[in-house]
Ligand binder design. Structure first.
Ligand code: FES
Ligand code: MG
Length: 561
């Protein structure tokens, strides 16, 4: 049986249970016949604190139209929403909370399938983590990227340009008045950040995994195509309900590998590795960092979007969208992977898009970069690993041995980075400690500012190392996700001013050049970790969050835990 019947078999007198639920559904004014249709939940995530989702009400109406036209009963329901820019200490702390919200509401309410509507960085992984654990047929619909704004003839998009202008403002090249004008033109429409940041990367990854409709990642939020994709997603949800096509049929070792290839080829966000690890983990699929490096060596960067290139998501949409990228990559992908519509990836790709702008999506034979965007580093400073986005870094700094300038916390960084007395040179290595998942909730603090006195002297990049994350819209020679984190006593906690640190991207190494005896001595002197008194969800987070190498999921959310 389909439809609302599914939810009526839990306990007691089944016929009464069904009778009662139908009685309450009649209160919603729906026709009696509609109650016999397959029920498709629409998980929405609107919030005034999430302007990236501002057009969701209209998008959700398009989904409902598609569901009704295909013979289903749409049932919209809210979950929490995570607006990246507004959550303290960082939206990352709340991704798992949203995942639990989605999981329980999808499982607890009577629905045959669910359309997950989200977009801003953490919302898409949260929705899919939850849906994967719930195990119901599911399909993702992203809200789509912002369109660009204009400033003095130049296109602007959040938020690579935010950082670029801010760096120039810090360096004294952009005036107070000008930065105010730029501020009003960076984010001018509904939708997610306009570049290949985390939201765009996740949209591409979800399409590559097969969990969303083809060519659905890049259509701008305010483009009519977005609403057409909404309608088609609603209709597809009815089909997956009838076919009982659950996420575990779609997300497999093969599709995760495909998604990793795409992450590398689009020059995608470092955060996406954490999210993909967490999402795959919900289905018992490990993401092996060593496999990432192997794939990175053989996957060129093809997409010329900021922060790696010069274009925006709206350009990718106008240029064939993700299908254009997938088509270029086809010889590197497992085309037999099943997608949510029931076709294989190969069937989905067909002959490829009719036209591609080669300034935006490069051919495989002439890539923007020969090797993939990300490298997983290991070494004495990061025994369980660390990540660098080489596609957004300065190759001149790939092989660096430098003197450490250490900041012990986010507060220490804020207090001292612009101090004119700070002992720092352009060839130093900036180190930030205690900004990992346990230390500070893992904020996007890994993009350490260039100390003001160096910025004013024209220094634009330095090697920077931390256990924090970095916004997908940021760029620089930045080593992130150092694991184990400093707050867990990882070697990062033992770095002192003046130590030598060696980064080698070619060898995928990150080493602290300090004798082991000295490190042992420092370890013995480390203060006992402070445990701030927290209650409620923040206590759950502190007690159960896993390291970045394991996707920062909760230990008890993994299957078999
Ligand atoms: Fe929402 Fe960037 S702030 S996607
Ligand atoms: Mg972001």
């Amino acid at each position: 049986m389909s439809g609302i019947y599914r939810g009526l078999v839990s306990y007691g007198d089944r016929d009464f249970s069904r009778f009662l639920r139908r009685a309450f559904l009649h209160a919603s004014g729906r026709s009696p016949e509609s109650l016999d249709r397959p029920v498709v939940g629409i998980a929405t995530s609107t919030s005034d604190f999430n302007p990236c989702h501002r057009q969701q009400p209209e998008l959700v109406r398009s989904v409902a139209r598609g569901i009704v036209a295909a013979g289903g009963l749409p049932m919209e329901f809210p979950t929490i929403s995570l607006g990246e820019s507004f959550l303290e200490p960082t939206a990352m702390v709340y991704r798992n909370l949203m995942a639990m919200d989605v999981e329980e509401l999808v499982r607890a309410q009577p629905m045959d399938a669910v359309v997950l509507v989200g977009g801003c960085d953490k919302t898409v992984p949260a929705q899919l983590m939850g849906a994967f654990s719930a195990g119901r047929p599911a399909i993702q619909l992203v809200t789509g990227p912002m369109s660009t704004g204009r400033y003095q003839g130049e296109r602007l998009g959040a938020c690579t340009d935010c950082r670029w202008f801010w760096a120039r403002y810090r360096a004294g090249e952009v005036s107070e008045t000008e930065i105010g004008q730029v501020e009003r033109n960076l984010a001018t429409t509904a939708g997610t950040c306009a570049v290949m940041g985390t939201a765009s990367t996740m949209a591409c990854i979800v399409e590559a995994l097969g969990m969303a409709l083809p060519d659905s990642a890049a259509a701008p939020a305010v483009h009519a195509d977005r609403l057409r994709i909404g309608e088609a997603t609603g209709a597809a949800a009815v089909s997956i309900a009838l076919a009982e096509r659950t996420p575990d049929q779609i997300v497999t070792a093969a599709s995760v590998r495909n998604a990793l290839r795409v992450l590398l080829a689009i020059g995608g966000s470092t955060n996406a590795l954490i999210h993909l690890t967490a999402m795959a983990g919900r289905l018992g699929l490990p993401v092996d960092p060593d496999e990432l490096n192997e794939l990175s060596e053989t996957t060129p960067v093809l997409v010329e979007l900021k922060p790696t290139g010069a274009n925006y998501m709206e350009d990718l949409h106008a240029s064939g969208g993700l299908p254009a990228v997938l088509h270029e990559l086809r010889d590197l992908l497992d085309l037999s992977a099943l997608t949510v519509t029931g076709e294989t990836l190969g069937e989905r790709l067909g002959a490829g898009p009719s036209w591609v702008d080669r300034e935006v999506v490069r051919p495989l034979s002439e890539p923007s970069r020969e090797k993939g965007g990300l490298v997983w580093l290991r070494g004495s400073l990061a025994p369980s690993g660390a990540l660098i986005k080489r596609s957004a870094a300065d190759p001149a700094l790939f092989e660096t041995t430098g003197r450490a300038v250490v900041f012990t916390s986010l507060e220490d960084l804020a207090a001292r980075v612009d101090d004119p007395e700070l002992d720092v040179r352009p060839d130093d290595v900036l180190v930030l400690q205690n900004a990992g998942p346990l230390g500070a909730g893992m904020p996007e603090a890994g993009y350490l500012p260039i100390p003001a006195k160096l910025a004013r002297a024209g220094v634009r990049d330095m090697v920077r190392i931390s256990d924090a994350r970095m916004s997908g819209t940021a760029y620089g020679t930045i080593v992130l996700h150092v694991t184990p984190e400093a707050a867990l006593g990882g070697p990062l906690a033992l770095v002192r001013n003046g130590d030598r640190i060696r980064l080698s991207v070619s060898e995928a190494r990150l080493d602290l050049l300090v004798p082991p005896e000295e490190l042992d001595r420092r370890r013995a002197d480390l203060p006992a970790p402070g445990t701030p008194p927290v209650t409620g969800y923040r206590k759950l987070f502190r007690d159960h969050v896993l390291g970045a190498d394991r996707g920062c999921d909760f230990d008890f959310c993994l299957p078999g835990s």
